[in-house]
Design a protein around this ligand. Structure first.
Ligand code: NI
Length: 169
């Protein structure tokens, strides 16, 4: 089921999500809904808080649903290793039409549980590393504009306020 994606400044996007302790049918449904909602919005990653659910769950698929092996479910994820630097444009389904260059680690190692509760580890580089960092930030209540300079952030927030006033947000 496609769920509505919440936008900044919804408070659910700005608080720490709850760890998942029960791996049941409800969690499976949440994960399926997250994939449906992400594909419908043409995103490559979605975190549970973005559909209003404050839990440590994120899904990623860099192939937009074309390659089944690219579908990733990360429950209670943590980054255990970071290397290098990359500086690329980033966007977010909760900040529509806003793009900005964000500095991120070039390579990361992630430890997470799957939807059945099994722990696994995964390396990511380039875009996948960026997706891991962006989505795990969401689970910590951090939006990407917190990762840019204060000057750029002020400009972005001003643009958002203008769009809100015009009823276009
Ligand atoms: Ni995002």
């Amino acid at each position: 089921m496609i769920r509505n994606i919440v936008k900044y400044p919804d408070p659910v996007l700005q608080r720490m999500a709850e760890p998942v302790t029960v791996f049941d049918a409800e969690l499976q449904t949440l994960v399926e809904d997250m994939f449906d909602s992400m594909y419908a919005a043409k995103g490559i990653g979605l975190a549970a808080p973005q559909i209003g659910v404050s839990r440590q769950v994120t899904v990623i698929d860099l192939s937009f649903g074309k390659e089944p092996e690219d579908k990733l479910v990360l429950v209670n994820p943590e980054i255990t290793l970071r290397e290098g630097r990359q500086y690329e444009d980033e966007g977010c389904l909760s900040l529509p039409d806003i793009r900005e260059k964000v500095s991120r680690s070039a390579r990361v190692h992630v430890r997470a549980q799957d939807a059945a509760g099994n722990w696994f580890e995964r390396d990511g580089e380039e875009l996948l590393a960026r997706a891991f960092q962006h989505e795990i930030d969401h689970l910590h209540g951090i939006l990407f504009f917190s990762r840019v300079s204060a000057l750029k952030r002020d400009l972005l927030l001003r643009r958002i306020r203008k769009l809100q006033k015009a009823g276009e947000w």
